[in-house]
Design a protein around this ligand. Sequence first.
Ligand SMILES: *[C@@H]1O[C@H](CO)[C@@H](O)[C@H](O)[C@H]1NC(C)=O
Ligand SMILES: *[C@@H]1O[C@H](CO)[C@@H](O)[C@H](O)[C@H]1NC(C)=O
Ligand SMILES: *[C@@H]1O[C@H](CO)[C@@H](O)[C@H](O)[C@H]1NC(C)=O
Ligand SMILES: *[C@@H]1O[C@H](CO)[C@@H](O)[C@H](O)[C@H]1NC(C)=O
Ligand SMILES: *[C@@H]1O[C@H](CO)[C@@H](O)[C@H](O)[C@H]1NC(C)=O
Length: 695
Amino acid sequence: MIEHHRRRLSASAALLLLCCCCWASTAAGAELADKLRDDTELSQSTAKTFRRIMPVRFYSLLEQNPVANSTLSLRSCTIFVPTNEAFQRHRGSTHVLYHIITVALSKDQLPKTVSSDMDGNPPLYITKNRNGDVYVNNARIIPSLTVELTNREGKRQVMHIIDEVLEPLTTLPTAKPDAITNPDAYQFLQQADLLNIGDNRVRTYRSQVALMKKETIYSAPGTHTFLLPVDEGFKLSTRSSLVDAKVIDGHVIPNTVIFTAASQHDEPKTSAAFEDLLKVTVSFFKQKDGKMYVKSNTIIGDAKHPQGVVLAEIVKANIPVRNGVVHLIHRPLMIIDTTVTQFLQKNFGCNSFKFLNDNENGALRKFYEVIMDNGGAVLDDINNLAEVTILAPSNDAWNASSINNIVRDRKKMSEILNMHIIKERLNVEKIRQKNANMIAQVPTVNNRTFLYFNVRGEGSDAVITVEGGGVNATVVQADVAQTNGFVHIIDRVLGVPHTTVLGKLESDPMMSDTYKMGHFSNFNDQLNNTQRRYTFFVPRDKGWQKTELDYPSAHKKLFMRDFAYHSKAILERHLVIADRVFTIKDLAQMSLVSDTVLLPTFRDSLKIKVEEEAGHLHDEYASHEWTGYVIIWNYKKINVYRPDVECTNGIIHVIDYPLLEEKDIVVSGGSYLTESSICIMLANLIMITVAKFLN
Ligand SMILES: *[C@@H]1O[C@H](CO)[C@@H](O)[C@H](O)[C@H]1NC(C)=O
Ligand SMILES: *[C@@H]1O[C@H](CO)[C@@H](O)[C@H](O)[C@H]1NC(C)=O
Ligand SMILES: *[C@@H]1O[C@H](CO)[C@@H](O)[C@H](O)[C@H]1NC(C)=O
Ligand SMILES: *[C@@H]1O[C@H](CO)[C@@H](O)[C@H](O)[C@H]1NC(C)=O
Ligand SMILES: *[C@@H]1O[C@H](CO)[C@@H](O)[C@H](O)[C@H]1NC(C)=O
């Protein structure tokens, strides 16, 4: 069916394909193939043919290697050939025989492991992923560039082009030759000091493995993934003693070989620590800056192994061994022994220059820098909390251009930072409980600023969003566990607006009725104007629903196209247009000075008073002590449900009830009513009167 991926090619067509492949994998070849068909220099020997079609960098190495050269002329084989570009990226020497197997296999014929022709025959691992891509170790076979030939001896030979040079595990030049060939993970651990793995050392972990008598898990035949924490990860002196047998199990993914480019990311895999009373999964993920991480998730914990997520940066990935693949990681998984503050700090008192510029996992480097640029007081505040949860914006999140404008405003910045801190332990499970009736409201350290959580979906498919100060962020890594709380990594900085009033209205699930009403009455159009400064009192959906109880038929009309003019006028009353925005605090202060505050609107003005009020809030979203604000308008008290939702061209205050009074609906004052609606309105008036009479 997909036979064309590995069709037999004439030498000239193959040559052509290769020409294309070197810069582009779109074999836009048909026409060129025609041109070259007449090429009279068709090679007789495969060696020559390969020379003509193979990326030159690799071919010259192949030719210089007597074993490879003779394989080419005498044997069946499959050669994995890196592109020239892959060579440019590659550092260090190239092991030609590691790229050759002595059996000819098309892409579909490749089994899970094949033996390379290098000394000791270390295996190569083949991964076929869901997209149909095939990987050899960490290198992708570029589809449609495979060439099959039969050499003079009648032997079948296959060439696959790959996008990375294959790197076998080798010994250091200082090691005795042949001291170690084709080691398994156990031998790797034992002899790591003699292996070519950079400055990384795994001595601390190795001695724990010996102490716990867990050697067999590393020498087990088969194909497994091994995560080995390097010595730098044990700077906290008590940490190594926490590496017990179960923790060691949690660092092994049995019967699965994961190369970072080849495998699906963010897909939890079952670790060897996965039984009735302790369940640990491990997954791989990549940050936008290209750094790879692993995380362990202890789904069911016990007294010694607390529940939660631990992140570790991969310091050296994809080291092939005889029984699978090894990844060296920056710190051990499963172990939760730092406070939130320590987690954020660059390093806890370690003197190693190398790690001076990195915190425990580097993923929150920018967040930490911003805290320190702001004087670092926030860190002390966090430190003083017995229980704490942080919504920590990722490094990418701080890159948004909107942030440059405020990052130097120290006061604003501390408000923003405080908005990311919650004084309780709040993991996803707990958010879910709060979230049972929709959106969970949680107070932050920043006075009177709340965060709103929403969880959709189950298990690893769950999508958690959090909204604060007008920004709706998505949790990209949840439940990173610390001794005194949790860190959730989010994709945006809260409190730094990035959308207009219209954009916010359009996307916020609490404002959809106001959006709808404004949409059909053409009121919304203006709200995308970035030259304006709006202060918009937006009744939340619940608020409009309450008017349905109070004025049933009027409510219906507000949402009918025929009454658009009327609806628009009502909305205009809620929209203050001035040369500045009014935060709820501004309005409260203005109310102290003069009894009522007059705010300009499109038609005339809005007359309100804003007061601070304490009480108990209990509704479908939340139930807790509440210090908040109320608006007094026309002798009505209306709660400000969500103050200060900041937008790029204004600010929204979400209120519990519209600025609407009976007069708007029943009074003859036709200013808001179209002629045709008056008789309906009159009918309503009669109905309402009758209803009241019956009560
Ligand atoms: C490679 O093999 C060919 C015969 O197929 C031979 O002519 C050539 O000299 C060999 N190259 C080297 C460097 O051994
Ligand atoms: C941040 O933005 C700059 C340029 O705008 C870009 O070069 C850099 O890669 C970005 N960093 C991240 C982590 O996305
Ligand atoms: C928050 O409010 C409390 C009590 O109302 C007050 O003592 C505290 O100073 C306020 N904190 C900030 C940062 O404004
Ligand atoms: C964030 O926005 C998404 C998409 O509009 C919405 O489904 C989600 O409920 C919002 N989250 C919160 C906490 O408001
Ligand atoms: C609002 O303006 C932005 C750019 O200024 C644009 O991308 C967006 O589509 C506009 N939205 C609507 C609903 O017109």
